[in-house]
Design a protein around this ligand. Structure first.
Ligand SMILES: O=C(O)CCC(=O)C(=O)O
Length: 278
């Protein structure tokens, strides 16, 4: 595993200036900021995430039906889509509703301090995730393929917030810094095949990977084109809670026009770049 010193700046102990953050993201496509969330924001987020899982677990334990859209991600990988958290807490934990709605704006503002006021939190492509089964660890991918965040914004950054300490006792994420500069020119994956094999990653983009250790309150931010996966290591107990909040610069043109433009771009990229990348 690479030492942090071998990369440009990957970790900030304090909130970086917008220029320093922009430079780090441009070079590496990933950066960790220690203690980005205030203690209050972290406590509120933990309460809402715990309350959301408790509401769903409770209904499942009692054999009660849950919303079909919510159930889909939950069964597959214990994920809770953030678009559905408002209705979920309103129905089963109404005392959490004000906390959730103020959290959305507080988290959005903490991001705006890094990159400016045009960025928006996008609940449609943001999730809470609970890992407790290694079979559900996530293979190498980029969010542009697997989370389809690009449909909501011109560009997208994942603000990844661990609610468990990660990197040692629980799985962090493993990144390939700088891979965003290559991946943004590679044809997108679609359908069910949105993940890349270890061999493909190693041979397409040689380089050292980085697996940051992080504590609740820290944020790991990465570009939608940066390759990453769940850290693979020997964990006595692989349980972990985290939030993957995607922040976008919203589209100012109609989504249908964007979908059309993306399809054309994809066709052009496939035609001209597949041969070159072998
Ligand atoms: O939580 C994980 O292990 C994977 C998360 C991930 O791939 C993502 O947030 O895009």
């Amino acid at each position: 595993m690479a030492s942090v010193l071998e990369f440009d700046v990957l970790e900030f102990e304090n909130q970086p200036t917008p220029a320093a953050f922009r430079r780090a993201m441009g070079a590496n496509g990933v950066a960790k900021i220690s203690g980005l969330l205030s203690a209050q924001t972290l406590a509120d987020l933990q309460t809402v995430v715990d309350g959301s899982y408790a509401a769903i677990d409770g209904r499942i334990a009692h054999g009660e039906p849950i919303d079909e859209e919510l159930a889909g991600d939950f069964r597959l990988w214990n994920g809770i889509n953030n678009k559905l958290v408002g209705p979920l807490v309103a129905a089963y934990a109404p005392e959490l509703a004000p906390q959730w709605s103020s959290l959305l704006s507080v988290i959005e503002s903490s991001f705006a301090r890094l990159l400016g006021p045009s960025w928006r939190l996008c609940p449609e492509v943001s999730w809470f995730r609970r890992h407790n089964d290694e079979a559900k660890f996530v293979a190498w991918h980029i969010d542009a393929d697997a989370a389809a965040a690009g449909g909501y914004g011109i560009t997208s950054i994942n603000m990844w917030l661990p609610l468990t300490s990660v990197g040692d006792a629980a799985p962090s994420l493993e990144f390939l810094p700088g891979s965003h500069r290559v991946m943004r020119d590679i044809p997108a994956l679609e359908g069910s095949a949105r993940y890349r094999s270890e061999d493909w990653v190693r041979t397409t983009i040689p380089g050292r990977t980085w697996t940051p250790a992080a504590a609740p309150g820290d944020a790991i931010l990465f570009d939608q084109f940066t390759l990453h996966r769940t850290q693979i290591a020997d964990f006595a107990d692989a349980s972990r809670l985290s939030c993957e909040l995607r922040v976008v610069v919203p589209l100012t043109i109609r989504r249908r026009a964007v979908r059309k433009a993306k399809a054309v771009t994809r066709r052009i990229r496939t035609t001209f770049s597949r041969g070159g990348l072998g």
